[in-house]
Design a protein around this ligand. Structure first.
Ligand SMILES: NC(=O)C1=CN([C@@H]2O[C@H](COP(=O)(O)OP(=O)(O)OC[C@H]3O[C@@H](n4cnc5c(N)ncnc54)[C@H](O)[C@@H]3O)[C@@H](O)[C@H]2O)C=CC1
Ligand SMILES: O=C(O)[C@@H]1CCC=N1
Length: 269
């Protein structure tokens, strides 16, 4: 396949994708990157052997153009490159909130657009990428996006109406889990453990629990019940979590993330 893929906005997510594609066997000669800062471009060149060009050059050369700039920068980038995207090329947006119509309105009529919400575990090939087709994108375009994002983890197709919810759950999800690990490590400190030991205990418990969630086929409630002995230690902790409204806090937090995604869509930066 001679397809060329360009990543415009090679920050955290853009770099995760580029590095994942290279780990997955893509030749750097089939990849292009566009970064705003020259030192960033140089770093990508040295680290991955990927050629760095302007956004508009990337748009002209790529069969598939992936745009991973911040939602607030998306209008500016599209002003810069939309006219340079040849008809029929695939445009993939990795931005939170921004709907496919935003791109369709700015690109040549009929340009296929796919919206993807990935997450930072893509850096370790454990990403979760949620894909939706825009008006003019079909099976081949979704399959091409899946080929790229599937190299750095799992993919799932959803209707675009579910993208803001997916963003709140799996896009932001790693941050909530890191936050929990951080708070649980503090709890270890409170109980007198050294920080490095508390960290190690929680990280391994997290990896073990995540593996069970993925591989055991059991419902999370069953897995939790299996830990929770009658008159044991765990139920005391669960009572405190309920007393402090942790479940309600998570519902409210994830709803707030969904709402922010909607705000970004309406241009409220
Ligand atoms: N960080 C995360 O966990 C996730 C982020 N996203 C989405 O990915 C997108 C990127 O997020 P991050 O990678 O975290 O941000 P970032 O700030 O690390 O990367 C964005 C990059 O785009 C570059 N950029 C801005 N304008 C440019 C232009 N005109 N030409 C070339 N490069 C330009 C910036 O210099 C920066 O390096 C956002 O839209 C965000 O909503 C999606 C899923 C997860
Ligand atoms: O916080 C954000 O806006 C981005 C989108 C999902 C994860 N990080």
């Amino acid at each position: 396949m001679t397809q060329k893929v360009a990543v415009v906005g090679a920050g955290k997510i853009g770099e995760a994708l580029l590095s994942g594609m290279i780990r997955g066997g893509w030749s750097p000669s089939r990849l292009l990157a566009s970064a705003r800062r020259p030192e960033r471009a140089e770093k990508l060149r040295v680290r991955y052997g990927v050629e760095c060009v302007s956004a508009s050059e990337a748009a002209k050369a790529a069969d598939t153009l992936i745009i991973t700039v911040k939602p607030q920068d998306m209008a500016g980038v599209m002003d810069e490159l939309a006219a340079d995207v040849p008809a029929g090329r695939l445009v993939i947006s990795g931005a939170a909130g921004i709907p496919t119509t935003f791109f369709e309105e700015r690109l040549t009529a009929g340009t296929p657009v796919v919206r993807v919400m990935t997450n930072t575990p893509a850096l370790v090939d454990q990403g979760m990428s949620v894909l939706s087709a825009g008006r003019d994108a079909g099976e081949t375009h979704l399959a091409r996006a899946e080929e790229i994002f599937g190299g750095v983890g799992k993919t799932l197709r959803v209707p675009e109406s579910q993208q803001d919810a997916a963003t709140a759950l799996s896009g932001s999800g790693p941050a909530y889990l890191f936050y929990l690990v951080e708070a649980m490590t503090d709890a270890g400190i409170l109980l007198g453990l050294p920080r490095d030991k508390a960290h190690e205990l929680i990280v391994q418990a997290t990896i073990g629990a995540a593996t069970m969630l993925r591989d055991s086929g059991e419902h999370p409630v069953t897995l939790r019940e299996n830990v929770t002995s009658p008159a044991g230690t765990t139920i005391n902790a669960i009572r405190e979590l309920e007393n402090h409204g942790v479940r309600a806090a998570l519902l409210a937090a994830i709803e707030a993330a969904r709402d922010r995604s909607r705000e970004l869509a309406s241009g409220r930066g």
